[in-house]
Unconditional design. Structure first.
Length: 592
């Protein structure tokens, strides 16, 4: 089944993004009406956000400026930002993203009390045509969508402009697969009667005008332009003869009703007095829905992609937070179909679960949605610890989990620990982790693992970019040990390793640790196949009482990485009645 496209009539907690609303004094219903309208969003609260800013090819955009309320952050090399305790409304948060060379982006959402996931896709500024002021002109793009100008323009100071005008146009269709991360705000608006409305889109248009010196322009006061927006083929038969027009207000973060478009053949045609984003939408009364998604053990499922769609053309999409929660604005009295997608689309068509939802006529907390494991998926909790170069815990950081198809999930680090409550494909259990110290701009590098159910303990990672290989382990609740010097990794009977096996060792002034194995084939093993000696551990092998499992996830060629994790319990070699827990990670370069 092809992934169903959903925008965000509810936009459940997800993405969208904005472009330029002109600074021309336009105030829609006026400041008093805006104030009254925004009081319905509830009191000011503090909420946490983590997100990524990317381009249309899903490549990260570094050094983008992200603003939530009065808090500003810059994206790092991965396009990721972290903003904690941002001041937002209880039922409305507005996130903006800006980078030179791109159309301004934004996302509006109903924030949860957990770590809110945000993704915004920025479109490069791409001029289509240069026209002249004082001359009527028409600019069109491939879809037949076009704008007719009368030739009167002004600059941001409101002064009349004469000269070349560079026109950039971007037509966003309801069938666009990335609609939910490309559109501004969310599909929620303010009607001319100052009412809240959930919106169903029939197409959006962004227009940017720039002068000869790169300055932003807009239509002169008292002048208008005619816009023509092509209707998607799938919507043409049911498209109404008239359609309300809405512009996106980049100050408030929601759409405002202004004008009407008329259906002419395959297009909607309307008149506008300024430019930003324009949207052809049918409004509907709105309610607030709260979902929580859990696995069969009742554990919350984070990073799930959630879509809702109904026959009336309303769409919604979102990504669950670390508590498995998703909140959003949805049209009232409508029946929806809920689709839950694996974050890893290599599992067949990616659909993990589907169910009918609604109708609802009032704000509703939906009972927990249980997403069961299936023949192709399993549940696991991936957990570990992220440390800085000096081995203290990372207090402001994140970890990216990626599968072999390049699909990512992000978890924030809290007091040095991180976890992913994950559904994974049994046919593709390999994944990698990269940890980042957001404050120090340090990274662990990519470390390979294999999912195991019900838990995948990855041990300690060290976010220190100058470290290329390490062995880390933790015994009971003692401080983690990270060894980064004098590391050797051999195979094939060298340095005491059995034929077809391996030896890995590390030494520092405090002592050494040794790992012996009788195989180099990735897989899950016990102390029958692997042993540990030294490092304050004593000895763990087939001859000692233990439950330690060794998960060999990668054995590279010479000069490439060997990756393995280990965890379990063992009896103390000196005090036989004393049991210990151990968890660790090996990320070393093969020497021979």
């Amino acid at each position: 089944m092809k992934k169903i496209l959903l925008l965000a009539g509810l936009v459940l907690l997800t993405l969208q993004f904005s472009s330029c609303n002109p600074n021309d004094g336009y105030s829609g219903l006026g400041h008093t009406a805006d104030y009254t309208f925004e009081q319905t969003f509830g009191a000011k609260v503090n909420r946490d956000f983590i997100g990524q800013i990317v381009d249309p090819d899903n490549h990260p955009i570094p050094a983008a400026t992200v603003t939530i309320g009065t808090t500003v952050a810059q994206t790092d090399a991965n396009g990721v930002f972290i903003i904690k305790a941002a001041s937002v409304r209880l039922k409305f948060a507005y996130i903006t993203a800006k980078k030179a060379g791109y159309i301004d982006g934004s996302r509006s959402m109903v924030p949860s009390t957990g770590k809110n996931n945000v993704k915004i896709m920025l479109v490069p500024f791409s001029p289509q045509q240069t026209i002249q002021s004082g001359v009527a002109s028409e600019v069109s793009i491939y879809s037949g969508t076009k704008v007719v100008f009368d030739g009167a323009f002004k600059d941001e100071a409101g002064l009349a402009y004469t000269g070349d005008v560079t026109v950039s146009m971007f037509h966003l269709t309801p069938s666009e697969p990335n609609l939910d991360v490309l559109m501004p705000g969310m599909l929620f608006g303010q009607t001319t009667e100052n009412k809240r409305a959930a919106l169903a889109t029939y197409g959006m248009l962004n227009v940017e005008l720039h002068g000869a010196d790169g300055q932003k322009l807009n239509l002169a006061e008292g002048h208008t332009a005619e816009i023509t927006i092509r209707i998607d083929d799938a919507q043409l038969a049911t498209a109404p003869e008239t359609m309300p027009l809405w512009h996106f207000d980049e100050t408030t973060g929601y759409w405002k009703e202004e004008g009407v478009a008329t259906k002419v053949g395959n297009y909607y045609v309307g008149t506008v007095s300024h430019f930003s984003w324009w949207n052809c939408d049918m409004p509907n009364s709105s309610i607030l829905l709260t979902f929580t998604f859990v696995n069969s053990d009742g554990l919350p499922l984070s990073n799930l992609n959630i879509n809702l769609v109904n026959a009336a053309g309303y769409h919604a999409s979102g990504s669950t937070d670390n508590n498995g929660q998703l909140i959003g604005i949805l049209p009232a009295n409508q029946s929806f179909t809920l689709y839950v997608y694996s974050p890893f689309y290599s599992c067949g068509d990616g659909v993990l679960y589907t169910a009918p939802v609604g109708p609802f006529n009032a704000d509703t907390v939906v009972p927990n949605v249980v997403v069961p494991a299936s023949g192709s998926t399993m549940n696991t909790v991936v957990s570990g610890t992220l440390l800085k170069c000096d081995t203290t815990i990372v207090t402001n950081g994140y970890v990216v989990l990626s599968n072999s198809a390049g699909v990512n999930a992000i978890a924030t680090v809290t007091n040095g620990t991180f976890s992913f409550n994950q559904l994974y494909c049994t046919g593709n259990p390999q994944f990698s982790l990269v940890g980042f110290d957001y404050d120090a701009f340090q990274t662990t590098g990519s470390v390979n693992y294999t999912f195991t159910s019900p838990t995948t303990a990855v041990g300690v990672l060290n976010a220190c970019s100058t470290i290329t290989e390490f062995i880390s382990y933790q015994i009971d609740s003692n401080p983690a040990v990270i060894m980064v010097t004098n590391i050797n990794a051999f195979s094939g009977g060298i340095q005491g390793a059995p034929i077809g096996g391996m030896t890995i060792s590390a030494t520092d002034p405090t002592g050494g640790i040794y790992f012996m194995g009788n195989t180099i084939i990735p897989g899950l093993y016990t102390a029958t196949d692997f042993s540990i000696e030294g490092g304050g551990i004593g000895y763990i092998a087939a001859t000692t009482t233990n439950t330690v499992q060794f998960n060999l996830t990668n054995f590279g060629n010479v000069g490439e990485y060997i990756d393995m994790t280990f965890n379990g319990t063992y009896l103390d070699a000196q005090i036989a009645t004393q049991s210990h827990t151990i968890t660790g990670t090996i990320h070393v370069i093969r020497d021979n």
